[in-house]
Design a protein around this ligand. Structure first.
Ligand code: SF4
Length: 316
């Protein structure tokens, strides 16, 4: 598989992609030994909602598994419960720790997974070879985030592992089932590279996994939702661009990122709860405020008044 072949597949029509995905699902289920040997990893987001709809076309009662991390938008949890109430075969699993406990023990997820891992490794052993590489190598920690090495609180990359990966791995081990997931190569360079390396949507290595939406793009998902009138979680109609965790610091430093504005407007109590999580006596609010300040941004409830606001106040 080459990048060019991937690009060619990504340019297929939606009909071709649907056919390809259905074939991928059937091939995986058959190779794994039947529908009782697989499950759909269902996050409640739009991509996995489309994936589940596709799976239902060939296996109407296929099992879906939702991991409730404790950091989900209430809309997502409601959406999943509605589906269960409507008779869909969905099982809910949970991580062993709550987000509050993970952040208190390991630190805050800030900036990005890569930068958090760099910060963590440098703080653990500043004299090590690894720390030196992460400060001077080709993919070293960006200068503007180096202040995080010296902060009184920890920055972590373990959060996803504990809240999402471990429960999924534990479930696979206990159930003996293999997962069908809704990731797309277009989401990141890492996923693109992984698709090319494994040479397709079904991976039959140590941990067999099916990724039937690999060649889809975001626009295909929306077209599918509109064309087949698929119901998705309400949070998409309230300004959220992505679902995922409602209170995560990864990527929050980008201008225009709406997540905390949306959370404050729609769920102020959840916003306060996340902002008050602590690590080493420092709140997430304090840590995030500093990260945002690096890019001259503010938390939505700390935004200073603009000239426009002042003009409006005077006009009143
Ligand atoms: S997305 Fe963020 S908050 Fe959610 S599990 Fe991963 S690191 Fe933690």
């Amino acid at each position: 598989m080459t990048l060019q072949e991937l690009r060619e597949r990504q340019s297929w029509s939606l009909e071709q992609k649907i056919d390809h995905s259905l074939g991928t699902i059937e091939a995986f289920v058959s190779r794994m030994g039947g529908v009782d040997k697989v499950y759909v990893a269902f996050s409640g987001g739009k991509d996995s909602t489309v994936l589940l709809d596709l799976c239902h076309k060939v296996y109407p009662n296929i099992l879906a598994v939702f991991c409730n991390t404790g950091n989900e938008y209430p809309d997502i949890v409601r959406f999943v419960r509605q589906k269960i109430a409507a008779g869909e075969n969905i099982q809910i699993i949970r991580p062993k720790m709550t987000p509050r406990e993970v952040w208190a023990k390991y630190g805050f997820p800030l900036v990005s997974k890569e930068s958090s891992e760099h910060i963590h490794d440098i703080r653990i052993n500043p004299q090590s070879k690894t720390a030196r590489r992460k400060l001077t190598g080709d993919f070293s920690l960006p200068i503007k985030w180096r202040y995080l090495i010296y902060e009184p609180y920890d920055t972590t990359h373990y959060c996803c592992k504990i809240l999402k990966k471990n429960p999924s791995h534990d479930y696979q081990k206990q159930s003996g089932r293999f997962q069908i997931i809704g990731t797309m190569a277009s989401e990141s360079q890492l996923r693109e590279k992984s698709y090319i390396r494994y040479g397709g949507c079904n991976v039959f290595g140590k941990r067999p996994t099916s990724r039937p939406l690999s060649i889809w793009c975001d626009e295909d998902i929306w077209t599918y939702i509109r064309r087949f009138d698929i119901s998705i979680a309400d949070i998409y109609y309230k300004g959220a661009k992505r679902t995922g965790c409602m209170g995560c610091g990864f990527g929050a430093q980008f201008t225009g990122d709406p997540r905390f504005r949306t959370l404050l407007r729609e769920y102020p109590k959840c916003y306060d709860m996340v902002m008050n999580y602590t690590n080493n006596g420092v709140t997430f609010r304090e840590a995030l405020r500093k990260v945002l300040a690096v890019n001259k941004l503010y938390l939505p409830d700390e935004q200073p008044p603009t000239l426009f606001d002042e003009f409006n106040t005077k006009a009143i």
